[in-house]
Design a protein around this ligand. Structure first.
Ligand code: TIU
Length: 223
């Protein structure tokens, strides 16, 4: 029997069915979270992004216990960089260059993989994406359709880049999204706060935003 839940969120209560929901964890890769990676090479302070790891871990563990379908995404490219648009190569950081954790944002490199704390387990989808949005040039939409998923719980980094782009793409495709505020981060907290407002404004123009403690509390009481 499917279970339904209702949790406190903005702009109003967020209701969802367990069977039709996926947890999508965006780009929790060493390159964005650990010192020496892509994020830091772009001139950012990674303490803001890696600070969310414990909150994301708690939600991931709860999702596993509850049987919520889990998808992890990774931003990155082929080793020959043939899938990097010239514009991204020019303006997208040092893609392909050697860093302390391997070649920046290249698949198979240590820095490209998901942080130790959030490593996927058997049965979870790992989705490699070349762009910021998780739907662009990936099979995410067909995976969600095959699983009859209608609702996405979204965590990850960075809020204003890959998280927002993915939520906007999902919203246009008819999915209901709850962005987990304390499970997302941007290098600059202002970008994070502005993103929350952009998502839940105008009656939820792109979806809902809420906190993981409300999600976890909601999951312990069926609606
Ligand atoms: N995952 C993701 O957000 N990719 C980025 O490039 N983010 C930046 O903030 N640069």
């Amino acid at each position: 029997m499917d279970k339904h839940f209702s949790i406190n969120a903005k702009p109003y209560e967020f209701t969802f069915s367990l069977e039709k929901t996926a947890l999508v964890i965006i780009d929790m890769q060493r390159d964005f979270l650990y010192p020496g990676g892509f994020g830091e090479q772009l001139g950012n302070d990674v303490s803001t992004t890696n600070g969310i790891i414990p909150a994301v871990k708690k939600v991931l563990e709860t999702a596993r216990e509850q049987g919520i379908f889990v998808i992890h995404t990774r931003e990155g490219h082929r080793t020959d960089l043939s899938d990097v648009p010239p514009s991204k190569q020019r303006r997208g950081g040092n893609i392909g260059e050697q860093g302390p954790m391997g070649r920046i944002l290249v698949r198979g490199e240590y820095g490209h993989d998901i942080v130790d704390e959030l490593q996927p387990v058997r049965g979870e989808v790992v989705l490699d994406k070349p762009g910021k949005g998780a739907f662009y040039q990936t099979d995410l939409d067909i995976i969600l359709k095959n699983k009859q998923i209608e609702t996405l719980l979204v965590a990850g980094v960075t809020t204003h880049v890959c998280v927002q782009t993915t939520i906007r793409e999902a919203n246009d495709r008819g999915y209901e999204c709850l962005m987990l505020e304390d499970c997302c981060a941007a290098f600059d907290p202002k970008d994070h706060e502005d993103s929350i407002r952009m998502i839940n404004q105008q009656g939820g123009i792109f979806g809902w935003t809420g906190r993981s403690e409300d999600l976890l509390a909601g999951l312990s009481r069926e609606a």
